[in-house]
Ligand binder design. Structure first.
Ligand code: GLU
Length: 275
C-alpha cells in the first residue's frame, strides 16, 4: 500500500476560523489514523488579497491546535511556471481561448449561474476570429483565458470521482461553463493550480469543506485532460454561524486568534466544532 497523502490548503487572505480548524483537524486525524502524511499548502496566487501576516498566522494557529505537518510547505506563488505549463498543455490541445469582457458585461450577458452562484459565462468570445483575438491582445486589452467546456467534455467523456461515504459520484463539469483558467491579473486560477498541485504533491486524499463539492466536477475534468491521477475526496460539513450561514474570514468572532485571545484552549475549539 502506498502511504496516503493529505493536505490542508488555506489561502492567506484572512485569519483562520472555526471552519478551517475543522478541516485541518479532520485532515490531521485521517493522516494519523491511516499512517499518512499531512502537507500544508499556501494558496496565495492572489497577491492583492494575500498577506504575509495571514500566512504567519496560519502556521501559528495550526501549531496551537496541535497540528503537525510535513516540511516543505508549498506556496503557490512560487510555482506559477507549473501552472503555465499545464495551461500550455490545454492550449496545445485547442481547449483554451481568450475572453475580454468586463465583470459587468459577463453579469449582463450571463447564461444563468454556476454552482457557486456566480454568473455563468455565455461563451461569446469563443466566436472571435483568431485575427481579432490577436489584434485585441496586441492592443494591450486585458483578457482571461477560458476552457472550451464543450470541447473538453467531448475529449474526456463521462467522469466520476470517489466520495467518502458515497462511492462513485458522476461529475457534472458542464455546470461550470467555460471557466476561467488564467485570470486577467493572475496567470492561473484556483481550479487549475489546485489540480496541478494535488498531482505534483502526490496527494491521494482531498479532505475539504462541502462548499467545494461541486468544484470537484471541474477538478476531475482538468485531471483527465492533463493526464493527472484522481485523488479520493471527502467533503465535510461546514461550520455555520448562529444564523446558519457559512463562516467568513471577515468575521472576527469566529477567528481562531480572537478565540485564543479570549482564553479558549485548543480543546475548547474541538468542542465548539463538535469534534
Ligand atoms: N484554498 C481553498 C480555500 O481556502 C481550499 C482549496 C482546497 O482545499 O481545494 O478555501
Amino acid at each position: 500500500m502506498t502511504r496516503p497523502v493529505f493536505r490542508f490548503a488555506p489561502s492567506p487572505n484572512g485569519f483562520l476560523h472555526l471552519g478551517h480548524a475543522l478541516s485541518a483537524l479532520l485532515n490531521a486525524a485521517r493522516a494519523r489514523g491511516e499512517g499518512g502524511a499531512l502537507l500544508l499548502r499556501i494558496e496565495d496566487i492572489d497577491a492583492t488579497r494575500c498577506r504575509p501576516e495571514f500566512e504567519q498566522a496560519i502556521h501559528e494557529d495550526l501549531a496551537w491546535l496541535g497540528i503537525v505537518w510535513e516540511q516543505l510547505v508549498r506556496r503557490q506563488s512560487e510555482h506559477f511556471d507549473d501552472y503555465r505549463a499545464a495551461l500550455a498543455t490545454l492550449k496545445a490541445i485547442g481547449l483554451v481561448y481568450p475572453s475580454f469582457e468586463s465583470r459587468g458585461e459577463i453579469a449582463r450577458l450571463a447564461a444563468g449561474v454556476d454552482p457557486d452562484g456566480a454568473p455563468l459565462y455565455a461563451g461569446q468570445a469563443k466566436a472571435l476570429t483568431l485575427a481579432e483575438r490577436e489584434r485585441r491582445i496586441a492592443a494591450g486589452e486585458p483578457y482571461a483565458l477560458r476552457l472550451d467546456m464543450a470541447a473538453a467534455i467531448g475529449l474526456t467523456g463521462r467522469l466520476t470521482w470517489t466520495e467518502a461515504g458515497q462511492g462513485s459520484v458522476a461529475a457534472d463539469p458542464a455546470a461550470w461553463g467555460d471557466v476561467v483558467l488564467a485570470r486577467k491579473d493572475v496567470p492561473t486560477s484556483y481550479h487549475l493550480s489546485v489540480v496541478v498541485d494535488d498531482a505534483l504533491q502526490g496527494v491521494t486524499d482531498v479532505v475539504r469543506g462541502a462548499d467545494l463539492y461541486h468544484a470537484t466536477s471541474l477538478h476531475r475534468l482538468l485531471q483527465a485532460l492533463l493526464g493527472l491521477p484522481a485523488p479520493a475526496y471527502q467533503h465535510h460539513r461546514l461550520v455555520v454561524d448562529d444564523t446558519g450561514k457559512k463562516l467568513s474570514k471577515s468575521t472576527q468572532a469566529t477567528a481562531l486568534r480572537s478565540l485564543r485571545a479570549q482564553g479558549a484552549t485548543s480543546a475548547d475549539i474541538r468542542q465548539l466544532i463538535g469534534l
